[in-house]
Write a protein that binds this ligand. Structure first.
Ligand SMILES: *[C@@H]1O[C@H](CO)[C@@H](O)[C@H](O)[C@H]1NC(C)=O
Ligand SMILES: *[C@@H]1O[C@H](CO)[C@@H](O)[C@H](O)[C@H]1NC(C)=O
Ligand SMILES: *[C@@H]1O[C@H](CO)[C@@H](O)[C@H](O)[C@H]1NC(C)=O
Ligand SMILES: [Zn+2]
Length: 318
């Protein structure tokens, strides 16, 4: 009688909380997944994202320490390829940007196609670097709104020699981890900075959830929009990895909340534009003195020329 009870109990726990979930049945995911209000991933609309020029939310640049070498193990966990930092090693950590305090690197994994979309566009691959607030255990972090920080790096596919570089250190794992639940036999030291976006300070950030069960709403997302380039061959190898399906991304979730973008993410458009228009106006005021009515016309034209529609891409927060 007692053993029958125990077996039943294990079965129930196994189907509700275990690894037994599938991208085929997202509506059956447990926990916060179908009840939460701040779920991830989302479609990031660049025109609605707020630029925090006063630094109220995004306080200064992101600072990365210790990402140059990480001793990791790797596995195919049935849903993704995942590289975990070996325990008891000093962890790389990130601070700055929207983060309050330090966040220690835990693991990174891959999603093909990307989970986040930017203006409705998906990338072929998205890398997630998962971090836990320094000093907290993962269990503690899963109970705090600021417990985790995930850096998301978008990848685009190209051909040619340079495109092999970014994933060069991890591609040897792909063929070894093709089979579901395969584990890489050794530890390996890898350079995580090769997986960074070419412009890591150019990002969008918002508060959301884990994108797999239990979908806890404890994640500060930092989505880097300037994509890393990977090779076509590497992408083919990743797509051959058996995760039970041809892809492993969660559907887009309702996005009705604030998304911030770093000043660097619009530096190439709006900031030079603003400086240019100021300089031009100074030029104008000296060269056009005396022809005031004409001056106004010229100023309007210049404004259009330098700023055009692009200024609208960067909404100010005051
Ligand atoms: C990586 O971690 C393993 C397991 O703890 C250890 O045996 C190995 O020496 C470490 N490698 C390096 C380069 O630190
Ligand atoms: C973050 O780490 C740095 C370097 O170790 C340390 O000086 C700083 O005090 C830490 N910040 C917090 C909030 O713990
Ligand atoms: C200002 O005028 C000078 C002389 O016409 C020109 O060389 C310069 O590029 C102008 N500067 C700007 C910012 O338009
Ligand atoms: Zn992920």
């Amino acid at each position: 009688m007692w053993s029958a009870f125990v077996i039943l109990f294990i079965c129930v726990v196994g189907t509700t909380y275990g690894e037994d979930w599938s991208y085929d049945y997202e509506t059956r995911w447990p926990g916060q997944c179908n009840e939460g209000q701040r779920q991830s991933p989302i479609n990031i609309m660049t025109r609605s994202a707020l630029v925090d020029r006063l630094g109220l939310h995004i306080r200064g640049p992101l600072a990365f320490r210790g990402y140059g070498s990480a001793n990791v193990t790797a596995l195919n966990n049935g849903h993704t390829l995942k590289w975990l930092l070996v325990e008891d090693e000093p962890a790389p950590f990130v601070s700055g940007g929207p983060l309050r305090g330090n966040y220690s690197f835990l693991q990174f994994h891959l999603h093909w196609l990307s989970e986040h979309a930017i203006d409705g566009m998906k990338y072929p691959l998205e890398i997630h670097m998962v971090h836990v607030k320094t000093g907290l255990t993962v269990d503690e972090a899963l109970k705090r709104p600021d417990g985790l920080a995930v850096l998301a790096i978008m990848c685009q596919v190209s051909t040619g020699g340079a495109s092999e570089f970014a994933l060069g250190e991890i591609e040897r794992f792909f063929t070894k981890l093709v089979e579901r639940h395969a584990e890489y036999p050794n530890t390996a030291v890898i350079d995580l900075t090769r997986l960074f976006s070419p412009e890591p300070q150019s990002f969008y950030t918002y508060h959301g959830s884990l994108t797999t069960p239990m979908c806890q709403e404890v994640v500060t997302w930092i989505v880097m929009d300037k994509p890393l380039t990977i090779s076509d061959t590497q992408y083919k190898q990743i797509s051959r990895v058996d995760v039970g399906r041809i892809d492993n991304y969660r559907s887009l979730q309702v996005a009705d909340r604030e998304v911030y973008r770093s000043v660097a993410s619009c530096a190439n458009v709006a900031l030079p534009g603003l400086f240019a228009i100021l300089a031009s106006l100074l030029n104008l005021s000296s060269s056009l003195s005396g022809i005031m009515s004409k001056g106004v016309c010229v100023m309007v034209n210049i404004k259009k020329k330098f700023l055009g529609d692009r200024i609208k891409d960067c909404k100010m927060v005051l």
